[in-house]
Design a protein around this ligand. Structure first.
Ligand code: ADP
Ligand code: MG
Length: 714
């Protein structure tokens, strides 16, 4: 824009009017000066003042200049001078001056309006606009150009004002436009402004015009787009996975080099969809269906399939995932990744196979196996555990606890607590299956700990021992019968003597006349028969199995046993002595306690030599573990046992008595003692000088039935 000559800071209109007055003053001064040299036409210089005022200051100031000039000319220059009176010839001159001035003012104002309009258009443009003449001098520039360049370029030569443009695309482009007279556009980075500029150049009459636009932000976003895309590419290429992208319709538009290497195809072949034929024939239809559906519905997919590797022609297992995403340009695309899971599959197959084998073994052995996570309380059933417990799924410790027989719950919890301390788990409990059936289970396990030795897991096995329990029970019963059987000889011997006596007495009675003697014989016969009755009663008691406990005296129970052994004792030539504590009464299953004593006495007799001694004692003692208890001791001076034998005597079927022994006596005795919450202890010596065995049985007097060990027969 062309600016008016500089004036001190004043309001615009004041400036303009002052300017016109200044022009008039100069015209007046010039006129006076010229007047002294030559005869100047009085209005000539003032016409210029009006023209200049009209051009630079505007219509109003021009009219002011016109009027002031007329007054000055009339007063100072027209005759009569120093008067405002006007002659007819001067009137015409004044009129001519005013007319000329008015026309000029009118024209100038129109010109000014147009120029202002053009300037306002140019200044309103968002692009910078510059016109250069053929000497590369800027002859016009809008305000935006001045703003952009930081200076008013008008008047300066382009290559001088911006020397850095000389070696750039600017020089070449502008010279081409100037010479070839054809429009041209270019983009360049302009270092002084740190800006990217786009230039549209047109040939004009004067030279060329240039529109400049700052495109820095567009360039920057383009650059960042390029660099973010480069980053994606880099990522995709450096990943060990197979990576590809497709457009929304599923056409591949990128595949990383792993993908290309694997398929051995060119990118063009991949784009042409030739990868599908690399998929294993058995998997192909499935894969295409899933991919097709995913594309149609726009939902991600995850697939496992086999694809042929180009390098060796082998099929590899893949896990492929595909997700929708929006790329940096805002386009919807699919991103697919594939991992070779062949090795993983192989490992999984092996594990599966192992697991199947383990299951087979567990199934064959009817063993359950499990792992219990102590942190989450989750239980993993490795096989059969749920079946053994008769639950649909044993997956938490709560399910386990709920399945336990209420009477075994506390004991099992105690076993678990012990396991967590000692590391070893050993428990026997009943479970109540969902159909109400009760099963006996034996469990072994061990506790796994973390680095800080805190228990984290417990793993173990379960056996259903119900059958074993049943057999044991049957054995117990049969052993009882066998014990009675073994007593038969002794019993018949016992009965035989009194019966023989009765037979003899009857013979005598038949012949005896003396009534006194007769009644004597009959009395003896009655006594003998009473003995027979007593023996028969004791034998029956042995056999009977009361289902409830009763109070009995240990001493009396011992006596009733000894009565049946009398014959055997006499035969063996052994001296049996007894010593009973008073008040040795306790609550027990009497026939079973009798069986224990009978077993111990029988064993003592078996071990004893002729002349040996057997001492039987009962005592009321206070045991540290069992509290007030009845203690029954059976001590013999028999041959005794070595340490190895002592370890095995409670095992069922362990016997050193070849044909005569069953090996069940002590096993049954231990069971019975346990049933009473009692214990059996043994001390034995088989030395040549001092030999013998002492069996001690303790029966607690206050038995809490809830903690008693139950057997399946209960
Ligand atoms: P059995 O009497 O049928 O052999 P038991 O279970 O009663 O079966 O006893 C097992 C074994 O313990 C016996 O065979 C014997 O070797 C040993 N035994 C038991 N009691 C005694 C004893 N008092 N003295 C020596 N050995 C004994
Ligand atoms: Mg025995």
């Amino acid at each position: 824009m062309v600016k008016a000559p500089v004036l001190p800071d004043m309001p615009r209109s004041v400036k303009a009017y002052s300017l016109s007055i200044l022009f008039v003053a100069i015209a007046f001064f010039l006129n006076r000066t010229l007047h002294s040299i030559t005869v100047a036409p009085p209005f000539a210089t003032f016409l210029w003042a009006v023209i200049l005022s009209a051009w630079f200051a505007g219509t109003g100031p021009a009219i002011l200049a016109m009027l002031v000039s007329t007054i000055l000319v009339d007063y100072y220059l027209l005759h009569p001078v120093y008067q405002l009176s006007v002659g007819p010839s001067d009137l015409l001159r004044i009129a001519l001056f005013l007319a000329t001035s008015s026309i000029i003012t009118l024209l100038a104002s129109r010109e000014r309006r147009q120029s202002r309009k053009l300037n306002s258009i140019l200044d309103g443009m968002s692009d910078a606009f510059l016109i250069y003449d053929r000497d590369w001098r800027c002859i016009r520039a809008n305000r935006r150009a001045a703003d952009l360049l930081g200076r008013d370029p008008v008047g300066s030569i382009l290559w001088n004002a911006a020397p850095e443009t000389r070696d750039s695309v600017v020089w070449d482009s502008l010279h081409r436009v100037m010479q070839e007279r054809l429009p041209l556009s270019y983009e360049h980075y302009y270092p002084p402004l740190k800006a990217w500029l786009q230039a549209d150049c047109f040939p004009t009459e004067e030279g060329i015009s240039v529109f400049l636009r700052d495109i820095t932000s567009r360039k920057e976003s383009e650059e960042s787009l390029k660099s973010s895309e480069a980053r994606y590419r880099f990522l995709a290429e450096s990943m060990s996975q197979y990576v590809w992208t497709t457009d929304e319709k599923g056409n591949v538009d990128y595949a990383n080099h792993h993908f290309l290497n694997f398929t051995g195809q060119t990118f063009a072949e991949i784009q042409a969809g030739k990868t599908a034929k690399l998929i294993h024939p058995e998997d192909r239809a499935r894969v295409l269906a899933v991919v097709g559906e995913s594309l149609a519905l726009g939902k991600p997919y995850e697939l496992e399939y086999r694809a042929r590797r180009n390098s060796d022609g082998s099929y590899r297992w893949f896990l492929a995932r595909c997700e929708l995403f929006t790329d940096p340009e805002g386009k919807l695309k699919w991103l697919g990744t594939g991992i070779d899971i062949t090795e993983r599959k192989k490992a999984a197959d092996i594990i599966n196979e192992n697991r199947q084998q383990m299951r087979m073994v567990l199934d064959a052995a009817h063993v359950g196996a499990w792992v219990w996570d102590l942190n989450t309380n989750e239980v993993v059933d490795l096989g059969n555990t749920s079946e053994i417990f008769g639950v649909p799924k044993l997956d938490t410790i709560e399910v386990f606890m709920n399945a336990l027989h209420p009477e075994d719950l506390e004991r099992t919890k105690a076993n678990i607590a012990t396991a967590l301390q000692t590391g070893g788990y050993d428990a026997e409990y009943r479970v109540v299956r969902s159909n109400g059936e009760i099963r006996w289970v034996r469990a072994f396990g061990s506790v796994l700990t973390d680095e800080e030795n805190r228990p984290t897991q417990m793993a173990g096995v379960n056996f259903d021992i119900t059958e074993k329990k049943r057999i044991e029970q049957a054995l117990l019963k049969s052993e009882k019968l066998a014990a009675v059987g073994r007593l038969a000889a002794s019993v018949s011997h016992e009965i035989n003597n009194p019966l023989e006596a009765v037979t003899n007495l009857l013979f005598l009675i038949e012949r005896e006349q003396d009534s006194l003697r007769l009644s004597e014989y009959i009395k003896i016969a009655q006594q003998e028969l009473a003995r027979v009755t007593e023996i028969a009663k004791q034998t029956l008691r042995f056999h009977r199995q009361p289902s409830h406990r009763s109070t009995a005296s240990a001493g009396e129970l011992t006596d009733s046993v000894l009565m049946l052994f009398r014959g055997r004792i006499a035969q063996a030539g052994v001296n049996v002595t007894t010593e009973y504590a008073s008040g040795d009464m306790f609550l027990c299953y009497a026939s079973e306690v009798r069986q224990v004593i009978a077993n111990l006495v029988s064993n003592a007799l078996d071990a004893s030599l002729a002349g040996g001694k057997i001492r039987i004692r009962t005592k009321v003692i206070t045991s540290p573990n069992l509290g007030r208890s009845i203690q029954v001791t059976v001590a013999d001076t028999g041959r005794g046992m070595n340490a190895a034998t002592q370890k095995l005597i409670y095992e069922p079927f362990f016997t050193t008595k070849e044909s005569t022994g069953t090996g069940l006596g002590l096993w049954v005795s231990l069971e019975i003692a346990r049933k009473h919450n009692g214990v059996i202890r043994v001390r034995s010596s088989n030395g040549s000088a001092k030999h013998g065995t002492v069996f001690t049985v303790l029966f607690p007097m206050e038995t809490d039935s809830a903690t008693a060990t139950f057997t399946a027969a209960d």
